[in-house]
Every structure is written in structure tokens, then in C-alpha cells.
Design a protein around this ligand. Structure first.
Ligand code: RP5
Length: 183
């Protein structure tokens, strides 16, 4: 069932195929139950026109799949990996140990979790020196998407312009709200 839902997720959310581009960002998660959180990263990448792939890779339930994914992602043209997991969230760190790519970690708060995602946050953020994972706030997959865009934008002038426009848009929105409050 996991494999079936994984391919469903991948086919529903994989972007860029129509444009004939391969995915530039890999979004992986420990379970399809993480998708409700992780889809925000895919939505951000879609907004910026960055093709991505989305699938399930579990550190504990599919360790060999994790090895394969982490070791080969850069050879397939992936430039950054966003990895989300809940609980004993070993996926981002283990993937970071086997890939030369930047890894952004998303602590997921699973439904009904007792520790509110703090367990996942500490599992992901507390990496040993030499194996970095850029960790975002609990559940903030949108920021993971934005961070991946910024990483890619360092060598993609058009993407850099889109990030600048996004930032100007945020500023204008806040200034508009301030002006309305002051009136
Ligand atoms: C973690 O356990 C997953 O990343 C998910 O957040 C959590 C629950 O997984 P399921 O039991 O819903 O598959 O490994």
C-alpha cells in the first residue's frame, strides 16, 4: 500500500515533466502521513517554477531505499533535498550523511503525537559537526521550499529575480496592512 501511495504522490505532485525538465529538488518524507505537512514545500517550488519530485523514503522501514536515494540523487540532477519526518526523525540526517547535496530538514508533528513535534525537531537539528542539515521550524515545510529556492537561486539569475520579487511582494503586503491600520 505504501508503494502504491508513494507512486500516487509522485505522479500527482511531480512537476516540470510537461516542460521537459528533470526535477531539481527532491522532497522526501518518512511516511505518506507526512504529506499533509510536506505538500507546502512542493507548492512553494511550483510557485517559483522549480521542478521537483515527491516520494516516501523511510529511514527505518525502507533503509536500503534511503541509501539508494541519497547516494544517487545528485547523479540524477537533484540540487537540493528536502526531507521531512516525525518522531525519531532520522531521515534528514542519514540522507545528509550520504549525499553531497544540501539537505533541508522538516520536523513533522504526526497526528496524535504526544510530543508536539519536539522529538522530531531535536532529532533533526542536533547533527554532529561535519554533517549539516538546515532545519526549519516544526511543520514549516513552506520555509524548506523557500530555502531550497534560495540555494538554487545562487546559480540561477532568473530564479534570484523571482525570489527578489517574492520578497518585495511580502514587504508591500505588510506595508499595505500597516497603512490600513494607520488610516
Ligand atoms: C515517521 O513516523 C514518519 O515520518 C511519520 O511522521 C511518523 C508516523 O508514520 P506513520 O505511522 O503514519 O506511517 O517515521
Amino acid at each position: 500500500a505504501i508503494e502504491a501511495s508513494t507512486s500516487l504522490v509522485a505522479s500527482e505532485l511531480q512537476q516540470g515533466e510537461q516542460r521537459g525538465e528533470g526535477p531539481r529538488v527532491g522532497i522526501i518524507m518518512g511516511s505518506d502521513s507526512d504529506l499533509a505537512t510536506m505538500k507546502a514545500a512542493a507548492e512553494v517550488l511550483e510557485e517559483f517554477g522549480v521542478p521537483c519530485e515527491v516520494t516516501v523514503v523511510s529511514a527505518h522501514r525502507t533503509p536500503e531505499r534511503m541509501f539508494e536515494y541519497a547516494r544517487t540523487a545528485h547523479e540524477r540532477g537533484i540540487q537540493a533535498i528536502i526531507a521531512g519526518a516525525g518522531g525519531a526523525a532520522h531521515l534528514p540526517g542519514m540522507v545528509a550523511s550520504m549525499t553531497p547535496l544540501p539537505v533541508v530538514g522538516v520536523p513533522v508533528k504526526p497526528t496524535g503525537a504526544h510530543l508536539d513535534g519536539l522529538d522530531a525537531l531535536l532529532s533533526i537539528v542536533q547533527m554532529p559537526k561535519g554533517v549539516p542539515v538546515a532545519t526549519v521550524a516544526i511543520g514549516n515545510a513552506a520555509n524548506a521550499g523557500l530555502l531550497a529556492v534560495r540555494i538554487l537561486a545562487t546559480s540561477d539569475p532568473a530564479l534570484l529575480q523571482r525570489m527578489l520579487a517574492y520578497q518585495r511582494g511580502m514587504t508591500d503586503t505588510v506595508l499595505g496592512k500597516a497603512q490600513r491600520l494607520e488610516e
